[in-house]
Ligand binder design. Structure first.
Ligand code: FUB
Length: 471
């Protein structure tokens, strides 16, 4: 991969700020009237704000064209209001281009907007900070120059992608960095000066860029973009989101795994937030019409934690189910409790609803479920605490080329209140390898769904991912 992967683009300064609030639809991407990228969520009262850069690259342009930062807000994480541009390169008189990833952090009744931006001085990218009296601004430059630049001692190889975290004791931390070079420093209480040396955090395995820090149940979490092919992406041009945890805010960090796999854009810069009692991940894809690597769009999905604090891999949703709120088309499997007639002792039942899209039927990068040495008809089952409306499912079969093979046949069943019965009008329950096999059927309202799989002679069956879609 070329080190200057992101070519800098000299841009004019845009000063226009749209102050009208426009309602937008509830789906992923959450807005398609403009291309948006690098989302950063923030909860203020009962409102979830998402701060994002704007991609303005014309179709066919292979560089970022980014001059503004925009804001969306929501009261339910499903229906969004678009507030237009609330800051731009012109907010920073010392800057001239590249309004890249940013994050807003509240403190002392003010809102500090940390940005990646290309200064006019020596070097390339800098971290700037603007301040406003409300989540929607207006925002003005808070420092009169970069907070971090190439001349900062021990700065990153690319000074981008700030994430700011204020701990319970009031100490604020800034993490940032790109080109595999994460950095961290304490911030002063005024939020615009650094305190002490810039340190290199340890344990952020395969860090590439885009750190996002948060705290849950006393544990510190750092999510970040990686681009390794060891269970992360199929091609190093793409990024996934890995995460690490620590018991102190400057680490050391312990790598925990992949949160979000590769998406349709090469980058997927993400943030995490708790809102209304649920956890959400915001990220970007190329899924909007006409989208691409430099024409990205923000998406929101639910994030699920396991009882031990580890994070389940995200199941990205598109179309009507976006917004993470469980609408039509949402894969509701991650919210279910899963059980089975049998699981091989060295394999994992958690594989079936931990999200992700396998590369092929032999893919072992994200847990696998198999029922060796059982043969004949075996089953896996989802249970939800309340009734769900389901009319579509999909299965990605596991085939280890040994004792576990593709099944001979399969059948979906649901719990009718007293027993399992076959779903009505089931489309072909395909048993193809290396693909996500979709199954459609008449809508059922149920608390349980069961997938029966009947093995071929002499072998057992297995599943990499089983999804159930809310109708
Ligand atoms: O949007 C420009 C850059 O792309 C961001 O700063 C990175 O995180 C990547 O998403």
């Amino acid at each position: 991969m070329s080190v200057r992967k992101w070519a800098a683009v000299a841009c004019g300064v845009v000063t226009a700020t749209a102050l009208t609030a426009v309602p937008v639809r509830a789906a992923n991407p959450i807005i398609t009237s403009v291309y948006t990228a690098d989302p950063a969520p923030l909860v203020v009262g009962n409102t979830l704000y998402v701060y994002a850069g704007r991609d303005e690259a014309p179709a066919g342009t292979n560089n970022f064209v980014m001059r503004e930062w925009h804001v969306l807000s929501s009261g339910d994480a499903q229906t969004w209001t678009y507030h237009g541009a609330r800051a731009s390169i012109a907010t920073f008189p010392w800057a001239g281009a590249d309004a890249w990833a940013s994050e807003v952090e509240p403190r002392n009744g003010k809102y500090y907007w940390y940005t990646s931006v290309n200064g006019n001085g020596p070097g390339w990218m800098n971290i700037g900070v603007a301040v406003g009296d409300s989540p929607l601004g207006p925002f003005t430059d808070a420092k009169g120059g970069p907070l971090i630049s190439d001349s900062t001692a021990n700065s990153s190889a690319l000074n981008i992608d700030p994430t700011v975290f204020v701990d319970d004791d009031g100490q604020a931390y800034l993490y940032w960095g790109g080109y595999w070079a994460p950095r961290a420093v304490r911030l002063a209480a005024n939020m615009v000066d650094t305190v002490g040396p810039v340190v290199t955090p340890q344990g952020l395995t395969n860090f590439w860029e885009a750190p996002w820090m948060f705290k849950r149940n006393g544990l510190y979490y750092m999510m970040y973009a990686a681009n390794d092919t060891g269970g992360c992406v199929t091609n190093t041009s793409f990024a996934c989101q890995r995460y690490a945890t620590a018991t102190s805010p400057l680490g050391p960090w312990t790598h925990r795994g992949v949160v979000l796999g590769q998406v349709s854009s090469t980058t997927n810069h993400a943030g995490v937030v708790q809102f209304g009692g649920q956890w959400y991940i915001v990220y970007h894809t190329a899924d909007a019409p006409g989208g691409g690597n430099f024409r990205r769009s923000v998406a929101v999905d639910r994030l699920y934690f396991n009882a031990d604090g580890t994070i389940q891999r995200v199941v990205p949703t598109t179309g009507g189910g976006g917004g993470g709120g469980g609408g039509s088309g949402t894969n509701i499997a991650p919210a279910a409790t899963v059980s089975t007639s049998h699981v091989s002792s060295w394999e994992s039942l958690a594989a079936v609803n931990n999200g992700g899209t396998p590369v092929n039927s032999q893919d072992r990068s994200n847990l696998v479920y198999g029922n060796w040495p059982q043969q004949g008809t075996q089953w896996i089952e989802y249970r939800w605490p309340t009734s769900r409306s389901v009319n579509k499912s999909s299965v990605y079969w596991f085939d280890d080329n040994q004792g576990i093979d593709l099944p001979a046949s399969c059948q979906l069943q649901y719990w009718n209140g007293s027993q399992y019965v076959n779903v009505d009008s089931q489309s072909t329950c395909s048993v193809d390898g290396n693909v996500e096999n979709a199954i459609n059927f008449d809508t059922v309202n149920t608390t349980r769904l069961r997938l029966q799989m009947t093995s071929r002679t002499g072998v057992s069956t297995g599943v990499l991912e089983w999804k159930a879609f809310q109708s």
